[in-house]
Every structure is written in C-alpha cells, then in structure tokens.
Design a protein around this ligand. Structure first.
Ligand code: ZN
Length: 68
C-alpha cells in the first residue's frame, strides 16, 4: 500500500543525513518525492519507492509552524 504523503509533512528517515539530521520536510510530491533536510537545508529528490524504503515515520507539521 503506498504511503500517503503530502507537502508540508515531516518525514523521519531510518538513516541520518551526513549532517546528523533525521527529519526532512516534504517539499514536493509526485513520482519523485522532494525532501529538504530540516537541519542543513539541503534538498534531495527520491523516487517514491526509495523514499518509502528509507522512511521511518511521517509526521504532520503542527499548524502554524512552517518547516524551515
Ligand atoms: Zn542535512
């Protein structure tokens, strides 16, 4: 079953980014998922399949807080 993901959610990944960040902000959803590292601001694009494999959990950003 595909993971339901939408722009603005926070994705926590199984493996930390080299900067130490574990949380990514979802910036684009399509065939590829666009993610921005909350800690260092780096953007990456992952094929949906790979995104789902690396995903640990998905959090909905609290209303009123915009991910950096
Ligand atoms: Zn990072």
């Amino acid at each position: 079953m595909p993971v339901e993901v939408s722009v603005g959610q926070i994705a926590e990944m199984r493996k930390a980014h080299p900067c130490g960040g574990l949380e990514w902000s979802v910036v684009r959803v399509g065939a590829d998922i666009g993610l921005k590292c909350i800690k260092c601001g780096r953007r990456v694009m992952l094929p949906r399949e790979e995104f789902e494999r690396r995903l640990k959990c998905l959090k909905t950003a609290r209303p009123g807080t915009s991910p950096r």
